[in-house]
Design a protein around this ligand. Structure first.
Ligand SMILES: Cc1cc2nc3c(=O)[nH]c(=O)nc-3n(C[C@H](O)[C@H](O)[C@H](O)COP(=O)(O)O)c2cc1C
Length: 331
């Protein structure tokens, strides 16, 4: 088995899987601005195994696993690994889909989502609901591992209503996954409150006892590379996963760079928009793209005015026109 997790330089950083965010376009944008010393792993959005198993569903879900040629080339150049994340509840189907992904998609690892707290998946017994179904969770991890030579990781939370880190991590680590990503919140917390890094540290201790070769990654509220490095050192973690931190700073994974100018920000926004249009055309709504605009339109004079103009725009052409005017006036 080729296990890339073992080859990463530590502490490493990974960009968290985020639905409607970490598609091939956003991953390419982030990777393009990253030092590969820091960003070493990217994730797809989560993809349903039931969807992937169905001819029509596969069409609807398949875009989540798309990797464009330009992204592929960039990842190769920077030696950044790509992990496909899947979710569901049927171990046999996990086996079948993991096999298919291994054969059909060019990725470096497969991750099982056991952390999503969203009602529609939890009420079906999937994702974070598996924390309360240890036998089924075990079956799922083992079935997935058996199907593939790729390393299988598990991304999860510390409990359902309260932290149950010892009990739950003991279950997960007994299956010896290649990596565990532990978000320091319970299912009930969703995104509220703060991630509890002492609970994440408990997970590291259980890893040391039960499965020392499993790579252990902490996740929750990390807002800078420096903070991530400190948390990794403090709690003995191999890596740090960053989600929403990227919305505050698209240059997150290039910590040495000076504060970008207005034109640098707008030219990144332009690149992002052009790539989005080229990749998705009319397949994805321009409104999905606009959600990203805030991350490029802050901390310069009249940033909010520029943002409002862009948010009010109705077409790619209008966006390009506004950007042309704004960037020209800055020169
Ligand atoms: C918009 C959004 C979408 C998300 N989608 C996923 C997903 O598809 N799979 C997953 O495992 N976690 C998902 N998450 C959770 C993140 O991966 C991460 O665990 C969480 O945001 C905590 O990390 P952070 O504090 O660094 O953001 C999502 C989070 C956000 C904000």
């Amino acid at each position: 088995m080729s296990n890339f997790w073992q080859q990463l330089s530590k502490p490493f950083f990974a960009l968290a899987p985020m639905e409607d965010v970490t598609d091939t376009v956003f991953r390419e944008v982030v990777a393009g601005m990253a030092d590969s010393e820091f960003l070493q792993v990217l994730y797809t959005e989560f993809a349903s195994i039931d969807g992937l198993n169905h001819p029509v569903g596969k069409k609807n879900v398949g875009h989540r696993l798309l990797v464009s040629e330009s992204e592929r080339a960039l990842l190769k150049e920077k030696n950044i690994r790509l992990v496909v994340q899947i979710w569901g509840k049927n171990p046999e189907l996990f086996h079948r889909i993991a096999k298919e992904i291994t054969e059909e998609y060019d990725c470096d690892g497969i991750d099982i989502n056991m952390g999503c707290p969203v009602k529609k998946v939890v009420k079906n017994g999937c994702c974070s609901a598996l924390i309360d179904q240890p036998d089924l969770a075990t079956e799922i991890i083992l079935a997935t591992k058996e199907a593939t030579h790729l390393p299988v990781s598990v991304k999860t939370r510390t409990g359902i209503r309260m932290h149950e880190t010892e009990r739950w991590m003991s279950t997960v680590l007994t299956t010896h996954p290649a990596a565990v990503i532990l978000h320091g919140r319970t299912q009930k917390q969703q995104s509220d409150g703060l991630a509890d890094w002492n609970e994440i540290a408990k997970g590291v201790q259980i890893r040391d006892q039960l499965s020392p070769k499993t790579v252990f990654i902490g996740n929750g509220d990390v807002n800078s590379v420096e903070q991530g490095k400190e948390l990794a050192a403090q709690h003995g973690l191999d890596g740090i996963m960053v989600g929403r931190g990227i919305f505050h700073n698209p240059w997150f994974f290039q910590p040495s760079r000076t504060v970008p100018s207005k034109n640098e920000k707008l030219s990144r926004l332009l690149f992002h928009t052009q790539l989005f249009e080229k990749t998705w055309g009319i397949k994805k709504s321009i409104n999905i793209l606009k959600r990203f605009y805030k991350i490029y339109t802050s901390d310069f004079t009249d940033a909010s005015k520029v943002r409002v103009r862009l948010m009010d725009s109705r077409s790619y052409d209008e966006i390009y026109r506004i950007l042309g005017q704004e960037m020209k006036s800055e020169k």
